[in-house]
Design a protein around this ligand. Structure first.
Ligand SMILES: [Zn+2]
Ligand SMILES: [Zn+2]
Length: 284
């Protein structure tokens, strides 16, 4: 589970921290879109989330990089996030996202309630076709023996993205959790920690994605996860594991996280494509 950074009443929200990164070297920004427009609100209010201009030319050259961030791992206060789903979506839209899965922590105690509530609000918000809220879940600290049934249950309850809370170094996740999640065929193994070659081979067979994360603590093993995934051909996605609005990132920051994990721009583009394909496959 994530650590709360402070309580914020959902109606009195904290400002988004960070924002556009100005110090990124020019050599790293070629083909990368500066997705956060100067006047996000008025652009969005005009119904034009993707501003015209240099993005178009870049799109032809480097398909994928110039697409807005797709984040398949976030939390609302239905578990330990600080925002209600509607505000999380609002913040994500302003940060330049076009699609996001809310994947609140769940175990046997709350999985029905969480998925029911996310699906309910997604149905309402998705009447606006310019943004896609995808109902998902992060199965968290499930004893490995119970993981197969919980994955089935999550899908039956309508989860379009099933994330498994992997063996991060930041928490005492039970040994065997990674393996059980991969065998059960989840969509994304989040923060897999010191993932093994055997787990990687199995992930390829089961079409499970490994996650590269921008979240502090969980990101300690990004370099290892990326190296193992590349070596064995495991598909990757890059997520934020957002718990508060300051955790949302621009695509520029996402690229830097990928580079920091030892990956390159092509890998980053592929991760964005993988996220899109995953949503398509799951009819999200
Ligand atoms: Zn997690
Ligand atoms: Zn999470």
């Amino acid at each position: 589970m994530g650590v709360k950074t402070g309580f914020h009443h959902p109606l009195v929200s904290p400002p988004i921290k960070g924002g556009r990164l100005k110090e990124i070297p020019r050599s790293l920004t070629i083909g990368v879109v500066h997705r956060q427009p100067k006047n996000s609100l008025s652009r969005e209010a005009s119904g034009r989330i993707f501003p015209k201009g240099p993005f178009r030319a870049a799109k032809d050259k480097k398909k994928g990089v110039d697409d807005p961030m797709i984040d398949l791992h976030t939390h609302s206060f239905l578990s330990d996030g600080v925002l209600i789903p509607s505000e999380l979506v609002r913040r994500a839209r302003v940060a330049g996202y076009r699609a996001m899965a809310i994947t609140d922590h769940a175990d046997e105690s709350n999985i029905e309630a969480v998925l029911k509530q996310i699906a309910k609000v997604a149905k309402q918000l998705n009447t606006d076709k310019s943004f896609r809220l995808v109902p998902g879940v992060e199965l968290t600290h499930i004893p490995p023996a119970h993981i197969p049934l919980m994955v089935k249950k999550a899908r039956a309850l309508g989860a379009k993205v099933v994330v498994g809370h992997g063996e991060t170094l930041a928490e005492p996740v039970e040994a065997g959790t990674n393996e059980a999640f991969i065998k059960a065929g989840i969509d994304i193994l989040a923060h897999p920690g010191l993932v093994t070659a055997g787990e990687a081979r199995m992930a390829v067979k089961k079409s499970v994605h490994f996650e590269i994360t921008s979240r502090g603590g969980h990101s300690l093993t990004n370099g290892h996860v990326a190296a193992v995934a590349k070596k064995y051909g495991v598909k990757m996605v890059l997520n934020t594991d957002t718990h508060s609005p300051g955790d949302l990132i621009t695509d520029e920051k996402a690229l830097k996280v990928a580079l920091g994990a030892g990956l390159d721009e092509d890998d980053f583009r592929r991760m964005q494509e993988n996220a899109k394909e995953l949503l398509k496959k799951n009819r999200a």
